[in-house]
Design a protein around this ligand. Structure first.
Ligand code: ADP
Length: 534
């Protein structure tokens, strides 16, 4: 056997040691001799023994003291000891104080079978203990490796998500240039051919933006950076907004599109309007994408579960290609599509439904589908139904205000292309503006010129948009300024959390880049309305 067990035999008489060793020969162990208990104690420090055999009567110290010294050390606390004794009286005296089951007495003259039998029992125990210790060590090593692997996987996942988020931001910035300038160009004199080319640029840019938004959402969900709002919303208004957008896409394909809302639903509910619309837009866009004829309808109804909880169920019904049973279960996992030919024919990243599933579960709801190949699909999701009575302040009609054209506007933007986009977009709406290349310049120019509106980029050199806003607000307080400037964040940081940061720094509105001309106009109208109220 590899690593044969060792037995320590202790006796002051060398002849006894030799005969003991002979007796133990059959056990195939290594016998280590000690001629005194002191020597024995020293040997236990450097060797690992399976059992110690001690003659109780030693001249310098008795067996009990040796045992006590052995038991006082951590390494030998559990070490089995066999005492060889010729004095029955002393044995009973010793036994009184010994609590350990690993100590036995064998009386002289020794019966070899008895001694060997006892040793075998201790050996078996020792071997089991060694196996257990090896197993524990192995488990510990595996655990360390496992933890390291988990840590690395988490780190890699986090890095990947961070990379995706950064890349999305970086791509968004030049895309703002492309879409922004395309929008500016669309307002100039173009012949039909030029206009159709421009239209292709715009459509491609918009599609790219959808992909980038999906990637950004996906990475934010993975890193747990998405928070869900709970505000009072007017359900019909939100659905109307979605349908207005979707109608254009459906009509382009010659598809009917309609919606119905169960009359029992109280239309003022609590929820996250942005996320509800995001899921609806995703499902309806898919329905349009995978339907060649017929139409799409959105039904909104109530559903009570077994526990009496009420949910609002949104069902998007199409008459499209349908989905086979094998694919249904996987569709809500990221990067999953029914088959690869779908990607070639219809495009898409396979992320949309995974994002919808995450968002719906963040809203404490669930999502599912029913579908038949060739007939169509129903994609549904439900979220808790919470009635509110607060009036929504979301949908204010801004178009009714007259637009003054003598506004003093500053654009704080470091990217030269995005500067052009902002200047031209504002010019086309009839406004002039000044330009600041970073946050510091924006603060200085505002001190000098006292602007009505500032469009503030966030990531800028020297002083970023958030810090610049804080400085401007501080300055306004110091001089007890009556009419604070309206600051609109115009940024590629498109998330709700980014928006919150902007508002917390003292900005009034948030507009994500790239922005459409209608959004810019709406922002200006909102700003003017706010300025009029001061
Ligand atoms: P993408 O549409 O970007 O590929 P999604 O996650 O939104 O990603 O959808 C995943 C897949 O689910 C699609 O590629 C398609 O195969 C299938 N799918 C989704 N909606 C429908 C639908 N209404 N009809 C048929 N197939 C659908």
């Amino acid at each position: 056997m590899k690593n044969k067990p060792k037995i320590l035999i202790v006796d002051d008489n060398p002849e006894n040691l030799i005969s003991l060793e002979k007796l133990l020969y059959t056990l195939k162990v290594i016998c280590v001799r000690a001629h005194s208990t002191n020597e024995a104690l020293k040997l236990t420090l450097n060797h690992e023994f399976s059992v110690v055999i001690i003659d109780v009567q030693f001249p310098e110290t008795d067996g009990l003291k040796t045992l006590q010294r052995l038991h006082s050390k951590k390494k030998t606390r559990q070490l089995p000891v066999i005492f060889l004794s010729s004095n029955n009286h002393e044995d009973s005296f010793l036994l009184k104080d010994i609590k350990s089951g690993s100590v036995v007495f064998i009386h002289k003259p020794i019966v070899p079978e008895l001694l060997i039998g006892k040793i075998r029992v201790f050996h078996e125990l020792y071997l089991q203990k060694r196996k257990l210790a090896d197993l524990l060590k192995f488990k510990e090593r595996v655990n360390i490796k496992l933890h390291e692997a988990i840590r690395k996987a988490e780190q890699a996942n986090y890095t990947k998500s961070l990379f995706l988020a950064n890349m999305s931001h970086e791509i968004r910035t030049p895309l703002n240039g492309i879409l922004g300038m395309a929008n500016v160009l669309a307002e100039t004199n173009l012949n039909n051919e030029q206009r159709s080319f421009l239209n292709l640029i715009q459509v491609s840019g918009e599609n790219l933006l959808i992909i980038i938004n999906d990637l950004l959402d996906f990475s934010k969900i993975e890193t747990g950076q998405i928070s869900i709002e709970s505000i009072s919303i007017h359900l019909t208004q939100e659905i109307e907004t979605v349908m207005t957008l979707m109608r254009i896409n459906a009509q382009d394909k010659g598809l009917n599109i309609n919606y119905s809302i169960d009359s029992n639903i109280h239309t003022q509910i609590s929820g996250d309007p942005f996320r509800i619309k995001q899921v609806l837009i995703n499902l309806i866009n898919n329905a349009i994408k995978f339907t060649e004829s017929g139409g799409i309808s959105l039904n909104v109804g109530l559903n009570n579960n077994l526990f009496g909880q009420s949910f609002i169920r949104f069902s998007v019904i199409d008459t499209g290609i349908g989905i086979n049973d094998d694919s249904k279960n996987n569709l809500f996992k990221e990067f999953n599509q029914v088959d690869n030919s779908i990607t070639r024919k219809f495009g898409g990243t396979g992320l949309g439904l995974a994002i919808c599933k995450s968002l719906v579960s963040l809203m404490h709801g669930r999502i599912g589908l029913e579908s038949e190949v060739g007939k169509g699909s129903v994609f549904w999701f439900e979220i808790p139904y919470i009635k509110t009575h607060e009036k929504s302040n979301q949908e204010v009609i801004y178009t009714e205000f007259a637009q003054p054209h003598n506004l003093k506007i500053l654009v704080a933007e470091d990217n030269p292309i995005n500067q052009k986009v902002a200047i031209h977009s504002l010019n086309q709406l009839g406004y002039q503006c000044d330009l600041a290349k970073n946050g510091r310049q924006a603060v200085e120019m505002h001190h000098k010129n006292e602007y009505d509106i500032i469009f503030m980029d966030i990531q800028m050199p020297e002083i970023d948009g958030l810090e610049a806003t804080v400085l401007i607000r501080k300055y306004e307080k110091e001089i007890e300024f009556q009419k604070p400037v309206i600051i609109i964040a115009a940024t590629a940081n498109a998330f709700n959390e980014d928006k919150q940061k902007c508002l917390q720094s003292g900005m009034n509105f948030h507009m994500s880049k790239p922005f459409r001309p209608e959004v810019l106009k709406k922002m200006l109208l909102k700003a003017i309305k706010m300025a009029n109220n001061f």
